[in-house]
Ligand binder design. Structure first.
Ligand SMILES: C=CC1=C(C)c2cc3[nH]c(cc4nc(cc5[nH]c(cc1n2)c(C)c5CCC(=O)O)C(CCC(=O)O)=C4C)c(C)c3C=C
Ligand SMILES: [Fe+2]
Ligand SMILES: [Fe+2]
Length: 337
């Protein structure tokens, strides 16, 4: 029997500092997230970062937490419930980090008699720190515990016409009545070296401004290229005028160079460029989470208004929007039939 494993990143169990610490420990010790030798990662994360980051992150989580729990988890559960109503094979939700583990999600499918799993990383774009780590973890669990089970993986859907359409319709709906002069496409950032590490040609990705425009097999795994393609698709669909939109990357951690331009710097610059009414969309996330609700909707707004902006709007993610549910159901049905 076939079954579906939907997979997102995961959140701490609560906003208590100890729970945030447990979550960050698992997350940041992942070699595809902090990609340095084990002993250095151990010293950096357990010896330094986990001493101060959990307190800061817990305070941020407190600002966005819902009565039912983490927005990311609650929204993903609502999305999963809607998918279950429309699909006649087992569907489970799991998270890469935290208590809703992939081990539990896979076991639940196996207990229901599933022998063929379609893994759906709920990320539109390929990155070793998001999509790839989910795939590798699923492969490891199956190889170790259920070697008879077959695994298929939904490819990154950054340029799928149906995804572009529902994203664009969602944006257009939320933009109604908001008289903007700029739209910022803010994607989760990654360190620049991750782009080079994921380049199978070892020579294409130069981060020189034009590499992502030239055809290359490297783009199957190039996060930067895939983000730009998502923007292009939405810009085309919504017929946005040149000069009224741009890309940026948010959520950087540590001092290495991350993908540029940085969202916070862009938001500070816009008012002096005459762009005082700005809408921000976050297409790297299918569900609202800490990075959209706190960093963009709260912090970003504050930075922008302080710099002289007058109107600011964060466009919510697709979340459990029925059109998005229907797109996912159609992809699942295509695989299943
Ligand atoms: C080196 C650090 C990080 C990389 C690389 C990274 C890539 C990455 N992350 C997401 C999606 C999400 N990240 C979220 C939170 C978050 N991300 C990092 C660090 C890296 N992410 C941290 C430390 C945190 C935790 C919060 C904090 O302390 O700032 C979230 C939200 C989780 C939630 O509970 O709401 C998401 C979603 C992607 C897609 C990605 C690579 C493209
Ligand atoms: Fe992240
Ligand atoms: Fe590229």
């Amino acid at each position: 029997m076939k079954g579906i494993l939907l997979n997102n990143l995961g959140s701490p169990d609560s906003t208590e500092i100890k729970d945030v610490k447990t979550y960050l420990d698992e997350f940041l010790m992942d070699e595809r997230v902090i990609d340095i030798p084990y002993w250095k990662r151990y010293v950096l994360i357990k010896g330094i970062i986990l001493n101060f980051r959990p307190k800061k992150s817990a305070a941020a989580y407190k600002k966005i937490w819902w009565d039912e729990g983490s927005p990311l988890v609650v929204i993903s559960e609502r999305f999963t419930e809607k998918i279950k109503q429309k699909i006649d094979i087992p569907v489970e939700l799991a998270m890469r980090y935290g208590s809703m583990s992939m081990e539990k999600g896979i076991k639940n499918l196996i207990d229901k008699g599933v022998t063929e799993i379609m893994l759906v990383p709920l990320y539109p774009h390929y990155a070793m720190s998001s999509y790839e780590t989910v795939v590798v973890k699923a492969e490891e669990i199956l190889a170790e515990k259920y070697p008879h089970v077959k695994l298929d993986v939904l490819p990154p859907f950054y340029n799928e016409p149906d995804y572009i359409k529902v994203m664009s319709d969602n944006i257009a709906n939320h933009l109604k009545g908001f008289d903007y002069d700029h739209i910022l496409f803010s994607y989760h950032g990654i360190p620049e070296r991750h782009i080079k590490k994921s380049d199978p040609t070892n020579s294409h990705c130069k981060l020189d401004g034009s590499c992502c425009e030239r055809n290359s097999v490297a783009h199957h795994t190039c996060y930067r290229h895939q983000c730009f393609e998502t923007t292009k698709g939405i810009v085309k669909y919504l017929n946005l005028k040149e000069g009224t939109w741009s890309n940026s990357f948010q959520s950087r951690l540590l001092k290495d160079p991350w993908l540029k331009p940085y969202t916070d710097f862009e938001l500070e610059k816009f008012p002096e460029m005459g762009k005082k009414k700005v809408a921000v969309i976050t297409p790297a996330f299918v569900a609202d989470c800490l990075e959209t609700l706190e960093e963009i909707a709260m912090e970003g707004k504050e930075e922008f208004l302080l710099a002289g902006g007058t109107h600011y709007k964060h466009i919510p993610c697709m979340n459990d929007n029925d059109d998005w549910v229907d797109v996912m159901v159609s992809w699942i049905n295509e695989w299943k039939d």
